[in-house]
Ligand binder design. Sequence first.
Ligand SMILES: NC(=O)c1ccc[n+]([C@@H]2O[C@H](COP(=O)([O-])OP(=O)(O)OC[C@H]3O[C@@H](n4cnc5c(N)ncnc54)[C@H](OP(=O)(O)O)[C@@H]3O)[C@@H](O)[C@H]2O)c1
Length: 349
Amino acid sequence: MKPFTKSATPPALSSLPSSGLEVRLASRPVGLPTLDHFEIVEAPVPVPAPGQVLVRNLFMSLDPGMLMLIAGRSPLPMPPYAVGEVMYGDAIGEVVASADPSLAEGELVVHRLGWREYAVAEAGAFRRVDKTAYPSPSLHLGFGLVAYVGLMDVAGLRPGDTVFVSSAAGATGSMAGQIARLKGAGRVIGSAGSADKVAYLTGKLGFDAAFDYHDGPVLDRLREAAPDGIDVYFDNVGGEQLRAAVEVMNVHGRIAVCGALNRQSTGRPDEGPGDLLNVLGKRLTIRGFTLWDHLNRAVEFGEQFRNWLREGSIVYDETVIDGLASAPQALLDLVHGRYTGKTVVRLMS
Ligand SMILES: NC(=O)c1ccc[n+]([C@@H]2O[C@H](COP(=O)([O-])OP(=O)(O)OC[C@H]3O[C@@H](n4cnc5c(N)ncnc54)[C@H](OP(=O)(O)O)[C@@H]3O)[C@@H](O)[C@H]2O)c1
């Protein structure tokens, strides 16, 4: 991965362009959006008022959850995108003008004002991060913390557990499978949507077994991969994979519901976990979670993650899409399985 070599001196405000791109939700779709539901607009670069800072965004995260904010009827604990307004999402950028003493020009900050090249807001909307922490600032947008808290705090991973991870070649899944192994899982199984991704899981990421969920009934594939049952299911998907996992779970098994890709990629409601007698009889726990309830683990996780990267014991892959104008198509491609690892958009270099 290319090291981050940005100059320590940000451009003076007078040297900044007068306008930058932003992406607005043009209209609310029924079901999945198409490119017509997005509007790419050239907007003036704002001058920060007292207490505000202006940030030049370098990278933004793409997350399938954004499709639910576009749909507008999301049960997620965050506001849906408003029609006609700029969308939002995780981003990292460089402070280029500051009218608040808490943040200086040149600092690197993470924040929620993605989908725009230039972001202005009160200083409190931005969190300073260490410029030297990672070889690229985009790694600050990774979903390793989601995987970590899902396994450790929500599913209560124990040494020797057999762990199943769906969408295992994606941003969260690739972290969940590897972190499960690093934290003592006995056997790690992954599912993904192509033969190449299956080979990537067992080859590069070190999963013990993997299968393509398109290859016949998931229940059969999962039983083959987990002949002794599964103790922890890290669920990114819902749908058929969740129902198969409930069948194959061992007594006192724990399911951490992280995502809903089955719903996000089709726009249709999920049919749920299947026969609840399995949940009763095997005394299963099915627990949904969002990262926002677990941010207290960020510092501890960051230290572990940087150690694993330094030691070479974890693989972190990214798909980098260039240019904000490419982001709407990339979001649609993301949920249709086009990418591997964490998908980010590079807004400026
Ligand atoms: N709880 C939280 O706080 C939290 C935080 C971040 C993300 N999430 C959620 O976690 C999930 C994973 O997010 P991510 O960013 O890591 O996405 P991702 O796995 O990197 O990418 C999306 C993937 O979805 C897969 N996919 C599409 N339809 C599918 C289906 N029906 N069954 C299985 N896989 C399907 C595709 O891969 P294939 O080729 O394998 O089909 C695609 O690569 C999302 O639901 C996201 O919203 C939750």
